[in-house]
Write a protein that binds this ligand. Structure first.
Ligand code: PMP
Length: 465
């Protein structure tokens, strides 16, 4: 594959970027002394930058998105054919790929029946929040408007989703936020001492972390709480899987207090953990499931809010009461490229058995990372599910004090120098992002996994000795 790029175009693109682009989560002062990385090509697990340098992408497009890898001709062809047929019509009408992808998606989600298309993970979450609020008004006389969210979880960049944001540092300077969003404690075993629960382990801690949700419901008044919104495996908050016992108890609590369960699968959805959806790892029965990134692996923008017939029925009646239906619209929810791409994306995962590959490669990577943990004292914890893994770097394994983010960023840069792109996260604490994160495409081979871990090993030695 030819990864070179025309020199003249290259300088023009870099100049245009520096003059006019506003990159996300980025301090642009850095571009006064360096050039941005421009990704010009991608194939399989690999991407090439403007200098022709090849990288093994261990983060699926930076933010765990390109689940089936780059350069999938059959997805591109399906999108092209669909766009030539009809690119768009508002979702007041239907479309062929819209209906067929909804049918296919639902076939992977027993218990769910309805799909609402939208553009982004944030927007999908907002749709569910709005439904919860409307149900509160329709069914509970304006009570049950409160939406619980968890410390360390993230649900989006809009103001309502930030109101449900469990990472204060991301929210600083953007308030005030929407009312009636209430925080519950995290379920992170590695940092259970923050909750005063260091004496509990495994299942006991899992149940106690869920019981803490019940305490919040009782404190707020169950008659005021409409929904609980959780990530199945917390992503940006530090790659956190809940301990055993947690989800079972969460489900019981939701049932007991008539609280709708909203699972945010924006990262875990469509294969990332080794099952179609993260919640399916834990036997959860959600009322809302939202998804975005992996739905079409980034080949087109598409997000979905999926719910049950029970919820759907609440918005249906024959009284022609104009207040009774879901009064919401998403202009680009009517783009046909998204579901056209998503249909082929899902077919690829089936045909190439990528869920099993994800589970197997995830195990291999977890093993490799655990070996690195034995070798490098700086790795305090290794965790995750499927090809969605994190390695938390600490100054001291006893105190669990995070390493300075600059050091974690140096590890990322060292991996980059070796041609491997990894990420770093953890609550977005300024200066404290200390969890290396890995989310290679589901097509990763054993060699790819070993190459990633080898680069991390060398980078850790270089930065920490
Ligand atoms: N939920 C989770 C768990 C996410 O990680 C993200 C994005 N990182 C979102 C929601 C928001 O998605 P988007 O950026 O597409 O709005």
């Amino acid at each position: 594959m030819d990864g070179t790029f025309n020199e003249n175009d290259l300088s023009r693109v870099v100049e245009a970027d520096k003059a006019h682009m506003w990159h996300h989560l980025f301090q642009h002062k850095a571009l006064e002394s360096s050039d941005p990385r421009i990704i010009v090509e991608g194939k399989g697990m690999r991407v090439w930058d403007q200098n022709g340098k090849e990288f093994l992408d261990a983060v699926s497009g930076g933010v765990w998105t390109v689940n089936v890898g780059y350069g999938r001709e059959n997805i591109c062809k399906a999108v092209y054919d669909q766009l030539m047929k009809v690119c768009y019509f508002a979702n007041s009408a239907g479309s062929i790929p819209g209906a067929l992808f909804a049918e296919k998606l639902i076939s992977k989600m027993p218990g769910m029946t309805r799909v609402y298309y939208t553009n982004s993970g944030s927007e999908a979450n907002e749709k569910a929040f709005k439904m919860v609020r409307q149900i509160a008004h329709k069914k509970y006389g304006g009570k049950k408007t409160k939406i619980l969210y968890r410390d360390r979880d993230y649900h989006g960049s809009t103001l309502a989703t930030m109101s449900a944001g469990g990472q204060d540092e991301r929210n600083a300077q953007y308030g005030p936020f929407a009312p009636d969003f209430v925080r519950v404690p995290h379920c992170m075993e590695y940092r259970k001492h923050e909750l005063g629960l260091e004496h509990l382990s495994g299942r006991e801690f899992g149940i106690a972390a869920a019981d803490a949700i019940e305490e919040v419901i009782l404190r707020e008044g169950p008659e005021t709480v409409g929904a609980l919104c959780l990530e199945p495996v917390t992503a940006g908050g530090g790659v956190i899987e809940a301990p055993e016992g947690y989800w079972e108890r969460v489900q019981e609590i939701c049932k007991k207090y008539d609280v709708l369960l909203h699972i945010d699968e924006v990262v875990c959805g469509v294969g990332r953990t080794g099952k179609w959806f993260g919640y399916q790892q834990y036997g959860i029965k959600p009322d809302f499931v939202t998804m975005a990134k992996g739905v079409a692996s980034g080949y087109a923008a598409i997000a979905c809010m999926v719910t049950t017939e029970e919820v759907f029925e609440m918005f249906k009646d024959d009284t022609s009461d104009p207040m009774n239906y879901f009064r919401d619209i998403s202009t680009f929810g009517g783009c046909t490229a998204g579901p056209a791409a998503a249909l082929v994306n899902m077919q690829i995962i089936e045909d190439e058995n990528l869920l099993d590959n994800c589970a197997a490669m995830g195990e291999r990577m977890l093993d490799n990372l655990r070996k690195l943990q034995e070798k490098h004292a700086v790795i305090g914890d290794v965790r995750g599910k499927g090809l969605f893994l994190g390695a938390e770097l600490v100054q001291d394994r006893e105190t669990k004090e995070p390493v300075d983010e600059k050091l974690a960023q140096q590890v990322v840069a060292e991996c980059g120098a070796q041609g491997v792109i990894i990420g770093v996260t953890n609550r977005s604490l300024p200066g404290r992002n200390n969890t290396l994160c890995f989310s290679p495409a589901l097509i990763a081979t054993a060699d790819d996994i070993d190459q990633i871990c080898d680069a991390v090993d060398k980078a850790l030695t270089k930065v920490f000795g």
